[in-house]
Write a protein that binds this ligand. Structure first.
Ligand code: HEM
Length: 324
């Protein structure tokens, strides 16, 4: 009798702890939508696959979209709220961000199947996970249960939190350390630059105002090619671009090999192989694709989990670009 009573009290305490965990914001859970929307992950995957068939640059755009969403007040889909010219998306640091409408389309499909269950914040993270996988990268198991922000962010906040294109290694490491990434994981997450492109406007300063410092070295022949694609003072520098590595549609470790050979496009890409803290990891990842994939996967989960809204904090929007 006494034993039964103790068991009930214990069960009640555990239940209260679970309820408190959720009420306080709780956490993220693997298989979060197993009951509420079991089709969620398949719908996101199908959306990414069909969009990538018509535009093979979709995965790179979606991966960058996730980084930029998560970097400004956590992964909360605040980047999708585009109400006016002061919105987060309008920050100059978000220049080149694309495919926000694909997230809205996937959301539409999800609303038809399980209304008001799947957050736009989770859709962005799931879509980025698919983007990596369909480009040949690792299949990353991601915890879910993020809520969307119910307060819009601003372009001023994005200006201050998104890294500038000329950030160096030390600044980059500080940004990712705040999210709990190790130096190895920080190098790995920059490996996201194995996909996609960089517009000429983002490398003009490196090409034409460079101090020629050892830490920012560009291999001379490569620099000449870049100067042909990106001439000085060109009106076209916001539309002309260069691939981030030799295989910009494939998620592989080519980015690290290119960086070692002085073909890093941005300052941070070029500095990483030469910096004492990051250089050993650049070499490791260039030689061992599996090590890169493992470190990228754990970095991706940390990036996607830091400072998120969960439980009773935040909302699930009906449409991703509006607060309802
Ligand atoms: C210090 C950190 C970082 C800086 C300074 C940085 C900067 C940039 C810049 C300037 C571009 C070119 C954008 C354009 O011209 O359209 C770019 C592209 C890109 N970045 Fe980053 N980035 C950083 C970290 C990351 C991270 C953590 C990821 C993802 C894991 C990422 C993924 C991408 C991708 C996929 C592209 C290509 C986008 C496209 O093709 O549309 N970046 N980044």
């Amino acid at each position: 009798m006494m034993e039964n009573m103790n068991k009930r009290i214990l069960a009640l305490i555990i239940l209260l702890q679970i309820l408190r965990f959720h009420a306080e914001g709780g956490g993220l859970f693997y298989n979060f939508y197993d009951q509420s929307c079991p089709q969620a992950e398949n719908i996101v995957r199908a959306g990414l696959e069909s969009a990538s068939l018509t535009d093979p640059t979709t995965p790179s755009a979606i991966l960058r979209l996730m980084f930029h969403d998560c970097q400004v007040q956590g992964c909360d889909a605040s980047i999708l709220l585009d109400a006016n010219q002061h919105s987060e998306l309008r920050s100059s640091k978000n220049f080149g961000i694309r495919k926000t409408e694909l997230i809205s389309l996937i959301k539409l499909a999800l609303e038809a199947v399980c209304p008001l269950q799947v957050s736009c914040a989770d859709i962005i993270v799931l879509a980025a996970r698919e983007a990596v996988a369909i480009s040949g990268g690792p299949r990353i198991d991601v915890p879910l249960g993020r809520k969307d922000s119910y307060i819009p962010s601003s372009s001023a906040l994005a200006d201050s939190l998104l890294p500038p294109p000329d950030i160096g290694v030390d600044g980059m490491l500080r940004i990712f350390a705040k999210k709990g990434l190790t130096v190895e994981e920080s190098v790995a997450i920059l490996g996201g630059h194995t996909l996609g492109i960089t517009h000429c406007s983002n490398i003009h300063a490196r090409l034409y105002n460079s101090q020629g410092g050892k830490k920012d070295a560009i291999e001379p022949k490569f620099k000449n090619i870049l100067k042909i694609i990106c001439p000085p003072m060109s009106w076209a520098s916001n539309i002309s671009f260069v691939p981030n590595d030799l295989t910009p549609l494939t998620f592989d470790n080519q980015y690290f090999t290119s960086a070692i050979h002085g073909r890093g496009l941005l300052r941070v890409d070029a500095e990483m192989p030469l910096h004492s803290r990051t250089g050993p990891f650049v070499t490791k990842f260039a030689n061992d694709r599996g090590a890169f994939f493992r470190a990228f996967s754990s970095a991706f989960v940390k990036l996607g989990s830091s400072n998120v809204l969960t439980g009773s904090r935040g909302m699930i929007r009906r449409s991703c670009n509006a607060l309802h």
